[in-house]
Ligand binder design. Structure first.
Ligand code: ATP
Ligand code: MG
Length: 244
């Protein structure tokens, strides 16, 4: 039996007078990897910020583990096991990898949280580079670092905002592999991507949004064949390379 972990039900969200999301809905079962894809400015980050509680929706509800979390702050959602990795990779450039991870220990602990040594076991590359400064890491290593830092807190739901952005194809594959491993360990994942190939290579189901509204929902197989959606809302045509 599948168990619903997160339900976003008809939310509206705005920045001041600018209405951004209109009636956005999605749901994720425990253990799933679900993607939220769409073009620049579609409202992907705003949806994640609403789930986390950085932004409070003006309408609709968000339910997590059966409880209404619509009005909770980010502190409160983190304490419930929702970890958010923002798109701008907030690595502290002057701190070492070790120190960057220790910043994550502020929210550490809780059921299923990884310890520092477990984090290094999962990410051997970070152990090798633990004394290097954040500024000395490659883009892929920085992405590993921010994902690792999130996992120091109790993680029932991991929200990843464009983890593959700006990375070379080989490194995109590494990040996808990390996401697969985390998923295999039982973490439910909502993956925001503009890279639809990457999203299709790792997620089970997909939501497409455009101009702050849901426009499509389907499995990987369905999306792969939804030519119009791919062209209109995701900017990918028939020549798409789905080999990753
Ligand atoms: N702090 C803000 N104040 C006002 N408008 C904002 C703010 N942040 C985002 N917006 C606007 O909200 C809309 C949705 O932005 P959002 O960041 O959610 O898009 P996105 O799908 O994540 O795009 P991208 O792929 O470029 O990250 C855009 O039109 C953007 O200009
Ligand atoms: Mg964004």
């Amino acid at each position: 039996m599948s168990e619903e972990l997160l339900r976003v039900d008809g939310i509206d969200a705005a920045y001041g007078q600018s209405k951004i999301l209109q009636d956005v809905s999605l749901s994720i079962d425990r253990g799933e990897v679900v993607s939220l894809v769409g073009r620049n400015g579609a409202g992907k980050t705003t949806t994640l910020r609403s789930i986390v509680g950085i932004l409070t929706p003006s309408a609709g509800t968000i339910t997590f583990e059966g409880e209404d979390i619509t009005a909770l702050s980010d502190y409160e959602t983190v304490a419930r096991g929702i970890q958010y990795v923002p798109e701008d990779r907030q690595v502290f450039p002057d701190l070492t990898v070790d120190e960057n991870l220790r910043m994550g220990e502020l929210k550490s602990g809780g059921a299923g949280a990884l310890s520092m040594s477990e984090v290094f076991d999962r990410f051997p590359r970070l152990r090798e580079r633990r004394s290097n400064s954040g500024a000395q890491l490659s883009g892929g290593e920085q992405q590993m670092l921010v994902i690792a830092r999130a996992l120091l807190g109790q993680t029932d739901l991991l929200l990843l905002d464009e983890p593959t952005e700006g990375l070379a194809p080989q490194i995109v594959e590494d990040v996808i592999e990390i996401i697969e491993t985390i998923s295999d360990e039982g973490v439910t994942i909502l993956l925001v991507e503009q890279n639809v190939q990457a999203a299709m290579s790792v997620a089970d189901r997909h939501y497409v949004i455009n101009k702050g509204q849901n426009v499509y929902e389907g499995t990987t197989e369905e999306l792969r064949n939804a030519d119009e959606i791919l062209e209109q809302h995701l900017g990918v045509g028939g020549e798409m390379d789905l080999s990753i």
